[in-house]
Ligand binder design. Structure first.
Ligand code: SAM
Length: 303
């Protein structure tokens, strides 16, 4: 009897969470203009459950009360629901391919602009800065590194990472075609490594949301890695619309290893530059408009 009761209670808690989740996401959108409503449900639910455990809350109703009380409370939740994980030269082959196939084209521009969208704590932007520096291009480039997580951006701007990551980063750097010693780019400070301030000079860290903000400049390269995996297909398509609009003629788009443009209505508007590494180049095709549905743009969900 007791056992049956406890199983029922657990079921109620689960379904309660499911039905309350859209209301929580709507609260977040209405109060803080952050739109998680079209994020992939499975991973978002996992992260919300983790937040509930960490914040010692029984249910989403309690979490809803908590976040509307103060912006600081929402900032706390944001740390749980974004995924602040990154690494220098993560997937080294990607950075080697940028060096070999994309940088030669970037060199033809007087001042190339690069957008690292969803830059987290800065590792991807600093890795690109190192490649550009070694190719003699950093001085005349601008790297916009954006994210929705202000705490991650603050850490990115400090350019500090833990000493115990250096061995892995050095290996990645070498496999990415690094031309010198990785140690040339940082100095040790207690348990940390501090990146060379010169790398930071041409990087602008700023808040920008791929779900609620729009185009802000014309880019020659957009690198957006390990962000779209958290979006539903429709939101991915809306993000590709934004990227297409942001890229110059023949501009490049680099995605993460588990992300792809295939299946997107924009797929035919990009050529494969390095297919296996998800590096694409915008072509001159126009968007095929479905005569029945019209131009398919993302419409925010209505409750
Ligand atoms: C797993 S990290 C990827 C970091 C880095 N791009 C890499 O590959 O190492 C995902 C990042 O995407 C950011 N993010 C999530 N939703 C976003 C959105 N709507 N707009 C911009 N960034 C977003 C998160 O805050 C997080 O920093």
């Amino acid at each position: 009897m007791n056992q049956a009761l406890s199983v029922d209670t657990a079921d109620i808690v689960e379904s309660d969470r499911d039905s309350e989740l859209p209301a929580l996401l709507e609260d977040i959108y209405q109060h803080y203009n952050h739109d998680f409503r079209q994020y992939a449900a499975a991973s978002l639910t996992r992260r919300i459950n983790w937040a509930l455990r960490k914040l010692k809350m029984a249910d989403i109703a309690q979490l809803r009360d908590y976040i509307v009380q103060a912006p600081q409370n929402f900032s706390t939740l944001l740390q749980y629901i974004t995924v602040p994980v990154s690494a220098m030269f993560r997937d080294p082959a990607y950075f080697l391919a940028l060096r070999q196939h994309v940088v030669p084209v970037l060199k033809t521009y007087s001042s190339p602009k690069i957008w690292v969208a969803g830059c987290c704590t800065g590792e991807e932007a600093y890795s690109i800065a190192i490649v550009l520096r070694e190719e003699g291009l950093l001085e005349r480039s601008v790297i916009y590194a954006t994210d929705i997580n202000p705490a991650a951006l603050e850490q990115a701007a400090r350019g500090i990472f833990r000493n115990d990551q250096i061995r892995a980063y050095t290996e990645n750097y070498q496999r990415a075609g690094g031309k010198t010693a990785f140690s040339d780019y940082y100095h040790a400070a207690y348990d940390n490594a501090v990146l060379d301030k010169e790398l930071r000079k041409n990087i602008i860290f700023a808040e920008h949301s791929l779900t609620t903000d729009s185009v802000f400049s014309e880019m020659q390269l957009i690198s957006c890695r390990n962000v779209l995996i958290y979006f539903k297909r429709e939101l991915q398509s809306a993000t590709f619309d934004l990227f297409h609009e942001s890229l110059c003629r023949r501009g490049f788009l680099g995605l993460g290893a588990r992300e792809t443009l295939d299946f997107s209505p924009r797929a035919h508007q990009f050529d494969n530059c390095v297919k296996s590494l998800r590096i694409y180049q915008k072509n001159n095709e126009s968007l095929i408009v479905n005569p029945v549905e019209g131009l398919r743009r993302f419409q925010p969900a209505r409750n």
